[in-house]
Design a protein around this ligand. Structure first.
Ligand code: ADP
Length: 168
């Protein structure tokens, strides 16, 4: 059974087997978590992302999918890139957000990662209301069987931490 823990902080500093990146489909970097991961992890991550684009994901990584690369200079061993859905008021995209967590755990199992740090996927630039994002994140991790012993949600600000605490 996976233990869920919550911490305040920066996901790039976590000493875990794998950290999850809130990537965009291009895998070529961006803002928020993605920017921090590439900035602190160095060029090895982008090199591997380029190779993924040239091989398995020519059209980009689809929303709700996850794929692993090296973590470069980060303390973690791997980065699991997942693409969250952009929030929409007119369409319910929660199944895609749940898929990000489920697929990330599946990739973690393939890697043999036992401790995994997650950000609040889609709750930044992609505009997802934090309470709803937290409910989907916690609910999906609790309901997804995996070999991961610790799923650590790393929350960047007070509001996000409070939302995850409440969801838990
Ligand atoms: P998305 O594009 O999926 O919305 P973002 O990276 O913009 O992803 O934001 C996702 C969440 O991660 C937001 O709650 C944001 O405040 C938070 N965040 C941004 N940078 C970091 C970081 N270095 N560590 C942990 N969380 C972060």
């Amino acid at each position: 059974m996976t233990d869920i823990t919550l911490v305040h902080g920066d996901i790039t500093e976590q000493e875990v087997d794998a950290i999850v990146n809130a990537a965009n489909s291009s895998l070529m970097g961006g803002g928020g978590v993605d920017g921090a991961v590439h900035r602190r992890g160095g060029p090895a991550i982008l090199d591997e992302c380029r190779r993924l684009r040239a091989s398995r994901f020519g059209g980009g990584l689809p929303t709700g999918y996850a794929v692993a690369t090296t973590a470069g200079e980060l303390p973690a061993d791997w980065v699991i890139h997942t693409v969250g859905p952009v929030y929409s008021e007119s369409e319910d995209r929660s199944a895609l957000l749940a898929s990000c967590y489920r697929e990330s755990l599946r990739v973690a199992d393939e890697l043999g990662a036992r401790t995994v740090a997650f950000p609040a996927v889609s709750a930044g630039i992609y505009g997802w209301p934090i309470r709803d994002a937290a409910r989907i994140a916690v609910g999906t991790v609790l309901n997804t069987p995996s070999q991961v012993v610790e799923a650590r949600f790393v929350l960047f600000n007070e509001d996000a931490y409070a939302a995850f605490e409440q969801a838990l």
